[in-house]
Design a protein around this ligand. Structure first.
Ligand code: ADP
Ligand code: MG
Length: 176
């Protein structure tokens, strides 16, 4: 007999990981609001939230430090529906600056969707820039230490490549 609340025949939930980033406004508050919104998505449960990390901007230096974290979800939303929901949360989080290439108050990236490789016109998973970013790999390793990145291998093996990047772990992001 199926467990209560499980629709017979429905796909099993998939463990997906979402990267959060912010460097304008009140970054921690915006990250908390985004996680609250993710937790309200249909067929989705937040399973864990990493610490928050702070890193200096690279490339274009004349902007505030970045705050980043990763959340792990169990979701029955398909990858494109999940991305669309994340982009809607970004919009709700306030794109108040309308000029081109403006920094966003909140950036949500779909890093991993189980062990799936997704190549759609507007969605690539694993996230193409996941491996080169300490601010992704460190929080991800905290909450999914044993994870294997499709096409790249065990997460733990990716860490040495970003060891030179300056990043500070701040602590828990206190979500409700
Ligand atoms: P970045 O996060 O690299 O700074 P943006 O957030 O501006 O860049 O990129 C947004 C676009 O990237 C989205 O409109 C989305 O269609 C596309 N995209 C492709 N793959 C992904 C992914 N795995 N996660 C988030 N956005 C993605
Ligand atoms: Mg993004």
């Amino acid at each position: 007999m199926p467990a209560v609340g499980v629709v017979p025949g429905a796909a099993a939930p998939v463990r997906a990981c979402v990267g959060l980033g912010a460097n304008l406004g009140d970054p921690l508050a915006q990250m908390r609001a985004a996680i609250d919104a993710i937790a309200r998505l249909p067929a989705t449960r937040v399973s864990s939230v990493s610490s928050v990390y702070r890193s200096a901007p690279v490339g274009y230096l004349d902007q505030p430090d970045f705050y980043n974290a990763v959340v792990a979800l169990d979701t029955r939303l398909p990858p494109q529906a999940l991305l669309d929901a994340l982009l809607a949360i970004e919009q709700d989080g306030g794109r108040t600056r309308e000029f081109r290439n403006a920094p966003r108050l909140i950036d949500l990236d779909l890093l991993l969707y189980g062990d799936e490789v997704v190549e759609l016109p507007h969605l690539t998973v694993p996230h193409p820039r996941l491996a080169g970013r300490a601010f992704v790999l460190l929080p991800l390793a905290e909450i999914e230490p044993g994870c294997v990145v499709p096409g790249l291998g065990p997460l733990a093996a990716l860490a040495p490549a970003v060891a030179g990047q300056a990043i500070e772990r701040l602590g828990a992001l206190l979500v409700r």
